[in-house]
Ligand binder design. Sequence first.
Ligand SMILES: Cc1ncc(COP(=O)(O)O)c(C=O)c1O
Length: 667
Amino acid sequence: MGTGFDMGEQPPQTVQAGGGERCHADTVPCPRPVHGVRDRRYGASFLGIDGEVGVRQLLQELFKSQGSGAIGEAHRLDLAPRPHPHRSLPVSGATQASVMVQDRDSIAGGSHIGLEIGESQARSPTKRAQGVLAGLERAAAVRIGPEFRGRGSHPHMIDPRADGPSSGHAVTATIDPSPPTATYVPGEPRSEFMTTDTSIANTVTWPAHDPATWRILPDSYVPLDQERIATLLAAEWERFSASTPESGALSARSRRTLPLGVPSSFQYWDPHPVSVVSAKGAWLMDVDGRRLLDLSMGFGAMLVGHLNPAVVAAVTAALQTGTLFVTPAPSASDMADRFCERFDLDQVRFANSGTEADMYAVRAARAYTGRRAIIKIEGGYHGGYDALSVSVKPEIAEAGPEDAPVAVVPFEVEAGTVYPVPYNNLERLAQILDQHGRDIAAVVMEPVLENIGIVLPDAGYLVGVRQLCDDHGVLLVFDEVKTGLTAGYGGAAQRLGVKPDLVTLAKSIGGGLPLAAFGGTAEVMATVTDGRMAHFGTYNGNPLVMAAAAAVDEICTRQALAAAEQVNDKALEDADAIIREYALPAHTVGFGVKGAITWAPTPVRNYRDYKRTDFAIAELSWLWGVNRGVLTPPGLDEQWLVSLAHTHEDMASLTGEFRELAEALRS
Ligand SMILES: Cc1ncc(COP(=O)(O)O)c(C=O)c1O
């Protein structure tokens, strides 16, 4: 089955020599200019240690720019470093290899490049080695030296545990100074914008982000004129009100019976939200007759596109055979098998919302460990369950020190004992676990934070969390309600190579119907089997939703998701070029098929960083899009979703209006 939609011919993949991350490692300044290192030569070894920052940066750029497809459909390059045995290797249906590429000019340094090799290649060491070779070569700009070829079948060459260049497998690879296939030249800052240039000081450093995620930072920027933003914002709000009279009228009418006039407070904004009458593919029609490109896509739930024909057909068929039996049905057993296979779970149970799945995951962790307290990430949102409503978006004045936040509990919530910790901060997590570990049942977290923009894990952070949990007998729960299929075929856990004890899923797995799930290891799920934790639900696994889920599972092949990710990557690259051209204090972040522009010139690595971003320009940027027919989520801190129905042309609407905004900001 394809994507379900008739997508027409996809444009051929362009190979870009640009993009990728800009800054790495704690102590090393960002090398600039980034493209200046292209003409250097590199020695490559399939052995070794992490190291030289410039090489790593260049290679990540080159490899990331190839994206999926260049290595063969199912062989997406995965640049995740492999610093710890907890990384789950191999992932299901494929294996991963680690390649160290070493800078000739700095013999002690080097960089691991992880490659995911498709199933057929994974079976023998020889094929794996050939797969790595082919992968490197197909990365266009990399040429493998002849001395390597004779050793192509040596399993050591792809053994991530082998160490040290002294092991004798060093070979030569050349990075072509002008890759013949490169078509993308990042936007150079235009000189007229650079008169008050604020170069990011070379001394400002931060840890690398996990290489399976996307972040590009600007080399320099010019501050925005806040008065101009305020003027533009006022004009845009007037334009909004003038162009949405029917939405305004419906909102006024609805407030009589629906608080705020909306079924969920997330849907509300001042003076009124846009009301929608229909949706198809990537597009919405609002009550004012405006056609809007939907980049919110049900907060990610509409990953397969609105009214995906395959989902519609499956649900229509289920309507003929019954919508609710409250007794077992083949459809639920089939879906459990599919989810366990795809997400690498022993067992799974269904629920109806992310809130519910998260609640049961916490209860299962408590039942399993016999402990009650939990740790969550400051700023993380997990739905409405009390224990997870702590420190969701606390006021900074109430939240305590940045490195040791205190729990901020809404008055109406009975949370129990919850310790909020900053994301990307292993020291604080270790401290809390040292102090209270014996009372703590679980660390509950999104592997990538997706409710404050997109906040990426530092390289090695999740591995560290996994290790600390194990050290203290604490369960690790990944909330994959938002990541899930939007992160890739097997979700964020597999993409990032860290296996949690429990995972929760919702949104993208249901094709727009209310489906959630929690699952994990047989030991923890045994709490359900033996009654230590009660799990019930009238609508759990109902055949209507199961039918939709089965269709989604069929549609979301590795190939289909990789194609959508390519569309996303191109949009992120285009947005990055605009940021550079107009010297905006912003950067792009992405994960899987999701992307966002973060209004800060330096990385947002936790909630406090997020609170320091520029909310005025974020509001203007969002509203600017709404007024030009591009609807991103209303939270200002969400992200866009490229569904299987979105095309490059659709995403050009986003980058087109973003360019117009940049012009307006600088004119
Ligand atoms: C990460 C995360 N977890 C849980 C939830 C709650 O899901 P639901 O709205 O289906 O209850 C959400 C909702 O946005 C979410 O983003």
